[in-house]
Design a protein around this ligand. Sequence first.
Ligand SMILES: Nc1ncnc2c1ncn2[C@@H]1O[C@H](COP(=O)(O)OP(=O)(O)OP(=O)(O)O)[C@@H](O)[C@H]1O
Length: 243
Amino acid sequence: MPLIDIDALHKSYGETEVLKGIDLHVEAGEVIAIIGKSGSGKSTLLRCINGLETINSGAISVGGEQLVEDELHLRKLRLKVGMIFQQFNLFPHKTAGQNVMLAQQVVKKRRKAEAETKAREVMDRVGLGDKFDSYPDQLSGGQQQRVAIARALAMEPMALLCDEVTSALDPELVGEVLQVVRALAADGMTLLMVTHEMAFARDVCSRVVFMHQGRVHEAGPPSEIFANPKTPELRAFIGMAAA
Ligand SMILES: Nc1ncnc2c1ncn2[C@@H]1O[C@H](COP(=O)(O)OP(=O)(O)OP(=O)(O)O)[C@@H](O)[C@H]1O
């Protein structure tokens, strides 16, 4: 059974249907890039998987458990998938380490010592072992985003959803964050990432999903999607992205 199973997902905001029947099945260990024009529904799809948005119809399950919209269930589901956003959303008055410890203590009810051990382990994993006691404003944007990744990893999610995690960064800081994501992929983490980094999608992802007007318009391995796009919409998008 796929780790993330999405069937006939529909999502509207008011009268506007943003997701028009999405089917997507993600196996454990897959690294999927979601690409498409602004407004095609990419972020909304991730937010639905994480239970941040209610859905109108269809079904989403993670780890074999179906998303149903009662609060307790949604909270459990959010624990199974981590999400990383364009903005890092760190608490400015807490150190990097405390930021990584906090959700563990509040949500997972870990004791302080246990949360700290885990926080040190994941800070090491993102290459920031020496920044445990630094405050966010003492860190670069790339380092802050790596703290946000560490914070998600500390919750031991079954999959990570990444929503344009490099878009807010200065160009010279993009590489270090992608390097961390690349290492997670190599370690077997299941990743679903909305990205504008086409070279990264081509090199690292096992599958590329092209969204257009609320639907999965074309999907396949990067070799096919980039070298042999079948639809005019994908051809136009790739042409635009390369420009
Ligand atoms: N909370 C909301 N209320 C109303 N409309 C929304 C809301 N969030 C998104 N939308 C609309 O839904 C559509 C899809 O938005 P979404 O952010 O999912 O697209 P996207 O493909 O991720 O775009 P981008 O690349 O610009 O982030 C857009 O037309 C957007 O204006």
